[in-house]
Design a protein around this ligand. Structure first.
Ligand code: CAO
Length: 415
């Protein structure tokens, strides 16, 4: 079976996490992704957080599946010519260098247009145009500048960053959508264009509901579904809401059997309005279903703390999986707090290809997250990440270089 992006060639000039997540997705959809790395060194993540000496780290391997690797010194005049040949052959150039690095290399938008007017140039930067546009940015900086950190954590504690890499992988995902959209527009216009995904913008997009809440707070001075209501106080900005649900159905994380020793023996429990009577039955508080102080969502809001404490008395008598089984029978929305260990061992995730075992010639077998987006006509086969420069000769030959020319360029340090 063919792949959705068969025939699309990507010049992958990305490094670290944000850019590589984007090009990995494109590779999974069938694009030929040619990763250009610095001769001799490669993507810095190859050597970061290594668990086996001298072997590409899991950090690198898990972000660079299904790609080819070529090494080119793009500051070497002959290396620049090789890059020019690649620009002429590819459809999309993806990069996430620090602001201005591509221009300093001599590859301005204008120059790239001269070489290939159909080329799409896609960039991740920390910030869009404005006071911070020249700044280098990593994941947690984006989480802080995009509004996530100020709204994550508990009211009486400092801002907190999340383990989900919303700044890096989240922005990579935004960029991938921009790229396929630009490819689609090119089928009509015949022209390339620039695509920019700024990490601050990507995080803010994912924090959209908090900007909603800022305006509600400005208008009314309170937000009844937040734990600060009715006992605490609201300031001028959206406060940290602990584990409260972001929507109109109150939820909280509750202890389950074994919580004293297992840090993940918890369940997320949502007191969804349509199943309130069932919740009351399950926890043995049948009278709450008709008591005017508890019977309606509005009446319950001032009592949420007490309600969750009562539900927790019930969840603490069950393991998180037992609680799930019982609650699912009644259509009560809930979810176990799963550890990475439990996720790695979950058979259903292996079956769907969301967790995949990959074999690597130097590290052996390891687990990775496969393509989370499933297309019925474009199945994903996850193949291992390339060794540094593994495909240099192959790609150079495809560009029309003879073995003698390749050897001369290697001697000159251009590749
Ligand atoms: N041959 C020769 N030189 C190369 C090369 C190659 N194949 N590939 C890259 N380089 C050079 C670039 O030309 C640039 O040199 P100059 O600084 O002289 O112009 C340099 O390597 C790239 O540097 P960088 O500034 O991008 O890298 P860094 O490690 O100092 O910074 C990062 C990393 C991530 C902070 C920065 O790239 C950045 O802000 N990127 C945009 C935002 C982003 O993606 N952040 C998320 C990263 S994932 O957490």
């Amino acid at each position: 079976m063919g792949k959705a992006l068969d025939g699309v060639r990507i010049l992958d000039f990305t490094h670290v996490q944000s850019g590589p997540t984007c090009t990995q997705l494109l590779a999974w959809f069938g694009a030929d992704v040619i990763k250009v790395e610095r001769a001799g060194a490669g993507d810095i993540t190859r050597e970061q957080l290594r668990d086996i000496p001298d072997v590409d780290s899991l950090y690198f391997t898990m972000l660079n599946h299904n790609k080819r690797s070529v090494t080119i010194d793009t500051k070497n005049p002959e290396g620049k010519l090789v890059l020019e040949a690649l620009i002429q052959k590819c459809d999309v150039l993806v990069e996430n260098f620090a602001p201005g690095a591509l221009d300093r290399m001599g590859f301005t938008w204008e120059r790239i247009q001269e070489l290939n007017p159909r080329m799409i140039v896609a960039s991740v930067k920390g910030f869009g145009p404005g006071p911070y546009e020249d700044c280098k940015v990593y994941e947690n900086v984006a989480q802080c500048a995009g509004g996530a950190a100020s709204t994550t954590g508990f009211d009486d504690g400092p801002p907190v960053v999340t383990g989900a890499q919303i700044g890096d992988s989240g922005t990579g995902l935004h960029l991938a959508l921009g790229i396929v959209t630009a490819l689609y527009q090119r089928t009509q216009s015949g022209r390339g264009q620039r695509v920019l995904a700024a990490m601050q913008d990507g995080v803010l997009n994912l924090c959209r509901v908090k900007l909603r809440d800022q305006q509600r707070l400005d208008r009314t001075g309170t937000m009844k579904e937040y734990p600060q209501y009715p006992n605490g106080t609201f300031g001028e900005a959206v406060p940290r809401a602990g584990n409260a649900s972001g929507g109109g159905q109150p939820g909280w994380i509750l202890k389950c059997k074994g919580w004293e020793t297992d840090p993940n023996a918890y369940i997320y429990f949502i007191t969804q309005a349509p199943v309130w009577a069932k919740i009351c039955n399950v926890i043995g508080k049948e009278e709450w279903a008709t008591d005017p102080d508890y019977a309606t969502p509005a009446a319950r809001l001032p009592h949420l703390k007490e309600i969750f404490a009562e539900i927790e008395r019930w969840t603490m008598t069950k393991t998180k999986f037992e609680a799930m089984q019982i609650l699912n029978k009644y259509d009560i929305p809930c979810g176990p707090i799963l550890s990475m260990k439990e996720i790695a061992e979950e058979p259903s995730l292996r079956k769907t290809g969301t967790i995949v075992e990959v074999d690597h010639p130097m590290r052996g077998k390891y687990l990775t997250v496969g393509n989370p987006i499933k297309l019925s006509d474009s199945p994903t086969d996850v193949t291992r990440s390339p060794l540094l420069g593994e495909h240099t000769d192959e790609v150079m030959a495809e560009l029309g270089y003879s073995p003698e020319q390749i050897s001369a360029l290697r001697t000159a340090g251009a590749i």
